[in-house]
Design a protein around this ligand. Structure first.
Ligand SMILES: Cc1cc2nc3c(=O)[nH]c(=O)nc-3n(C[C@H](O)[C@H](O)[C@H](O)COP(=O)(O)O)c2cc1C
Length: 462
């Protein structure tokens, strides 16, 4: 049975997210990201385009790993300047009624009690359309912004993230009963104290008394998104995530990772269908093939190699510009030249040289979910990707704002609708129901977060 695909717009509250150099396009309106109207226009277009959600990436530090400082990232607008993604969600919710909002927030730096209330507030204001992209953050500068000398190591970041989520589940699912708010005007009782409780969490990283300050919101727990590619990241996804962004360099890669995530979730007792999987779709549609290829050439012409290198310098911890092009990446890593050995090794082809890596980094046509052509060409490609990988949907990468979304909605959506791969109208209005169907606004009982309902298990270790 063909299932409608989930499409989210891959966004960020900034000028330059991942298509570096494209802010210079004469069509680009990215410089208006500080305006309320910019986000409200986006939201209306996405709801008219029947998207599942706008997915807001985020970083809380500057990319200062390239050429020894943040200068290139500043010049090239590589995710700086950037504003807080959570604050544009209510603006967009005010002018829409179905579009979901997924925002990135890190488990590494701000305390869980504060985020618990912010998330509940957003779930209330959006009437259950809020999702959370859980990250542990990967920029050394972010650590120094929050009082650390350097990043916590990868394993500790995830260990801490598990407890962070556990505290949040206790607050969102366990602290208030569904019927705690009685609003008994005659009796003068707004909330029945017998139906609200502290969580008294006392763990390795956090001590949180509670109760939660927010009354239950439509979804209580926002939809949990995550994008871990390492073993630790995948184990985290299998336990917590309801939607996972899958990385990979080939369709077989994706098929294997998607099967692995399903298996891991099943091992956690969550069932084979508990996790939706999303890839990054790089689509350049046009009225004709020639029109589409003209756009692709224009995007390549505007692409900034320096921008991509500054971006890569952040995550990989290697300042590629500091090495002769013939140097092997593996030699740099074994000589201790990278602060992210695991992530760096997986990022480059085995035996790759600095020169090869530089050429790869600036290319936007890499990765299996890349297509240029008419709407029909692109729908054909998408159908093939889904058949070969079993993927549930895609984050649509933006080249030019507003052009990329306009072209997708005009040329690709009608073709996908003809094939039953894209909704023709919204039939659900919460983010979780967009992914899992009507009646599924709350976490399923098989999800670890549900174990605290009614105040159960609050005193037991996770
Ligand atoms: C599609 C996608 C989106 C991501 N968005 C963010 C983001 O907005 N902020 C962030 O700090 N990390 C982001 N990441 C990085 C991941 O959270 C994660 O750190 C990375 O995939 C490495 O995986 P690992 O944590 O398992 O090592 C993203 C990764 C992917 C694949």
């Amino acid at each position: 049975m063909t299932r409608e695909l989930s499409f989210n717009l891959f966004e960020m509250n900034t000028v330059g997210h991942i298509s570096h150099g494209l802010w210079r396009s004469p069509q680009s309106t990215r410089h208006r990201y500080t305006d309320i109207e910019f986000w409200q226009d986006r939201a209306r277009v996405l709801e008219d385009g029947l998207f599942d959600s706008v997915f807001l990436a985020d970083v809380i530090g500057a990319y200062d790993g390239y050429r020894g400082g943040p200068e290139t990232a500043l010049r090239e607008a590589v995710q700086i300047p950037n504003n807080d993604p959570l604050l544009v969600v209510p603006l967009m919710a005010a002018v829409t009624s179905h579009l979901g909002f997924v925002a990135t927030f890190s488990t590494t730096y701000e305390p869980p009690f504060a985020f618990a209330r912010r998330a509940s507030t957003l779930d209330h204001l959006t009437k259950g359309r809020f999702g959370w992209n859980v990250v542990t953050s990967y920029l050394p500068n972010a650590a120094r912004n929050f009082g650390l000398d350097d990043e916590l190591d990868h394993a500790q970041r995830y260990d801490r993230a598990h407890e962070y989520l556990d505290v949040l589940y206790k607050l969102w699912e366990g602290s208030w009963d569904d019927d705690a708010v009685v609003r008994d005007v005659d009796g003068g009782v707004y909330t029945d104290p017998a139906r609200v409780r502290p969580i008294d969490h006392d763990g390795t990283y956090f001590r949180v008394a509670g109760p939660h300050l927010s009354e239950p919101s439509p979804q209580r727990t926002p939809v949990i998104f995550q994008a871990g590619s390492s073993k630790t990241g995948r184990a985290f996804a299998a336990r917590h995530a309801e939607a996972v962004f899958v990385g990979g360099t080939s369709l077989n890669d994706f098929a294997a990772t998607i099967a692995d995530i399903g298996r891991r979730a099943e091992e956690q007792g969550r069932g084979p269908d508990a996790v939706r999987t999303l890839g990054s779709a790089v689509l350049i549609p046009g009225r004709t093939r020639a029109d589409a290829h003209r756009k692709a050439e224009e995007f390549a012409r505007l692409s900034s190699a320096e921008g991509y290198l500054a971006h890569a310098g952040g995550g990989s911890g290697i300042d590629l510009a500091a090495y002769p092009p013939s140097t092997r990446i593996s030699d740099i890593i074994s000589a201790g030249g990278s602060s992210h050995d695991a992530a760096t090794t997986s990022r480059y082809a085995p035996g790759a040289t600095v020169g090869e890596a530089l050429n790869e980094i600036v290319r936007f046509d890499r990765g299996p979910f890349f297509a240029v052509g008419t709407g029909e060409d692109i729908a054909d490609a998408i159908e093939g990707w889904v058949d070969q990988t079993g993927i549930s949907g895609f984050n649509l990468r933006q080249f030019v704002t507003p052009g990329t979304v306009d072209d997708f909605v005009e040329y690709v959506v009608p073709e996908l609708q003809k094939r039953g791969l894209y909704r023709t109208a919204y039939s659900t209005s919460t983010m979780r129901e967009h992914l899992f169907g009507p009646g599924n606004a709350r976490l399923p009982a098989t999800h670890p977060g549900a174990r605290y309902r009614g105040g159960a298990h609050l005193k037991e270790p996770a």
